[in-house]
Design a protein around this ligand. Structure first.
Ligand SMILES: C[S@@+](CC[C@H](N)C(=O)[O-])C[C@H]1O[C@@H](n2cnc3c(N)ncnc32)[C@H](O)[C@@H]1O
Length: 225
């Protein structure tokens, strides 16, 4: 796979430029986050076991950022590749994890053939997809996922859009779409995804990585043929 160009929308350009600007700082800040989040590790562990149970280990980490989740999945025995909109993020991921494959691209137009993967992860990445583009993203997810494959999402819970123009002192133009698990399930269902596990966690307000919202974890499966 190559770093394919595709037509970007205005919000996609600003999301890409914003993550390009904060890539290095974000990467350093988030590096140890999984060690502080036992629920996250448990969710990814269960996902990995379920994917391996299909008899195939190929998974895609959509919106992989600096590749920390991609690398965690590899350590659990999966064969992951990462994809991210931000070239700077992908460059960092390639530097940190040189044995893993990473591509620049958008989850609105995945540069992979139909039925390429047995698992997909969208770990705090659909949070930047506006409601009107969720259907495109989930249609793409359904296209590249094999029948019976698993799709794990994680996102902040809520029912509003938070806009940031400054993050850690960097000029950004980023929308964070907070959603309920029901809303995300409703958007997934028309694409043949059926719910498997839904988990809501209260915000971790005091930890090293404080949160202001609850966290949603949603595992769905693509219906078998
Ligand atoms: C909050 S970060 C999460 C990164 C990573 N999943 C993690 O947990 O560390 C969101 C990531 O989603 C990526 N992203 C946003 N919109 C995207 C799109 N349409 N296609 C691919 N990646 C996207 C951003 O570039 C950014 O790296």
């Amino acid at each position: 796979m190559t770093d394919e160009a595709h037509e970007t929308s205005t919000h996609e350009s600003s999301t890409r430029d914003s993550y390009d600007a904060i890539a290095q700082t974000y990467t350093e800040w988030i590096a140890d986050e999984l060690t502080a989040k036992p629920h996250d590790r448990a969710v990814l562990g269960a996902f990995s076991e379920l994917v391996l149970g299909t008899g195939s280990a190929e998974v895609l980490d959509m919106g992989c950022g600096p590749g920390r989740i991609t690398s965690f999945l590899a350590a659990l025995g999966l064969e992951p590749r990462g994809l991210d909109l931000s070239p700077a993020m992908v460059e960092l991921a390639r530097g940190l994890y040189p044995t893993l494959p990473f591509d620049v691209g958008s989850m609105t137009a995945l540069p992979y053939a139909d039925d390429s993967f047995s698992g997909l992860v969208a770990w705090y990445s659909t949070i930047h997809i506006p409601d009107e583009e969720l259907s495109t993203v989930f249609a793409e997810a359904a296209r590249v996922l094999r029948p019976g494959g698993w799709f794990q999402l994680a996102f902040q819970l809520g029912d509003r859009v938070d806009h940031f123009s400054d993050l850690a002192g960097f000029d950004v133009d980023l929308d964070f779409h907070r959603r309920s698990i029901d809303d995300v399930l409703t958007a997934l269902a028309p694409h043949g995804f059926v719910p498997a596990t839904r988990l809501e966690r209260e915000p971790d307000r005091a930890g090293r990585f404080p949160e202001t919202t609850g966290q949603g974890y949603l595992l769905v499966r693509k219906a078998s043929l």
